[in-house]
Write a protein that binds this ligand. Sequence first.
Ligand SMILES: NC(=O)c1ccc[n+]([C@@H]2O[C@H](COP(=O)([O-])OP(=O)(O)OC[C@H]3O[C@@H](n4cnc5c(N)ncnc54)[C@H](O)[C@@H]3O)[C@@H](O)[C@H]2O)c1
Ligand SMILES: O=P(O)(O)OC[C@H](O)CO
Length: 323
Amino acid sequence: MAAPKKVCVIGSGNWGSAIAKIVGANAAQYDQFDTTVNMWVFEETVNGRKLTEIINTDHENVKYLPGHKLPPNVLGVPELVDSVKGADILIFVVPHQFIVRVCDTIKDHIKKDAVGMSLIKGIDASPEGLKLISEVIRGKLGITMAVLMGANIANEVAEEKFCETTIGCKDKTYGSMLKELMQTTNFRVTVVEESDVVEICGALKNIVAVGAVLLHGLPRLPLPPSWRAAASLTSSPPATGGRNRKIGEAFARTGKSIEQLENELLNGQKLQGPATAMEVHEILKQKNMVDKFPLFAAVYQICFNGHPVAEFIQCLQNHPEHK
Ligand SMILES: NC(=O)c1ccc[n+]([C@@H]2O[C@H](COP(=O)([O-])OP(=O)(O)OC[C@H]3O[C@@H](n4cnc5c(N)ncnc54)[C@H](O)[C@@H]3O)[C@@H](O)[C@H]2O)c1
Ligand SMILES: O=P(O)(O)OC[C@H](O)CO
């Protein structure tokens, strides 16, 4: 029988911890996985104790996923290089702004035949154009990559509410292995081969989520309730408690900057929607296509250029599709 596959979860934020809860339970249950699951923890001090010590003693990430026990076989590791040693499966789940540094740190320390799976929502924008985060990782590490994306809110998944998600994986053998690692009774996994589509939809969805929330935050526009409901249907997570919703509502209400609200309200968690709107805006500008995506442009202008939230309606009224 093949040696059990060793898993490392790279990241221990809100989603990283919720995922470690699932992966730890499945690794303990299925023979094809090594029981111990490493989880890289960006070390910090919480209530006078190291976060790794809290995780490894109390089995709870009290800062990023309070109120949920992690399986005891999930081991918090503060050194990134140590955490990935010997791992056959690398699950990438850090905020997207940190991924390049993570890859540069581990590139000489991973197994060459490891398989990676990115749970990171976002894109990489540079003067060379748009790159998917999985492409960035593949380019840096030279490993096979899959992705997992869904309308998933970490706290809901940790509470074991019924949710579905999609693994995008071009290789069917890896696809079924990753499904066994991720699926539970209440976290249902579909595997498809169109990995790039799954990934770009996961990233762009966060911009739409911010847009839907900004609309909800508009107090006196003559929008019928059905319109607001339709907006939220395009992305149900912000309607049920995501961070895009929390910050989007506060932004529309207070007029404070996104950065200030992230610092004030998220306790170290990172908001992804507005950052993705900025990166997508860069790409659209490069390609002279800003006018073709008025919703993305409006989210960018409102979040970063001081445009009034009420401008959202004009952008939709003037959408090229209606001309
Ligand atoms: N939270 C969710 O509900 C959810 C759901 C689906 C997908 N995602 C995606 O998962 C990814 C990770 O999000 P999350 O919710 O786990 O993170 P998070 O926003 O909760 O936490 C921030 C994490 O970044 C770490 N960090 C801070 N500074 C760092 C640095 N300099 N280098 C490396 N790490 C640093 C913190 O220790 C913490 O673990 C994101 O791309 C997000 O879009 C999140
Ligand atoms: O908590 P949010 O708003 O960042 O959403 C997290 C996920 O991306 C939702 O799918």
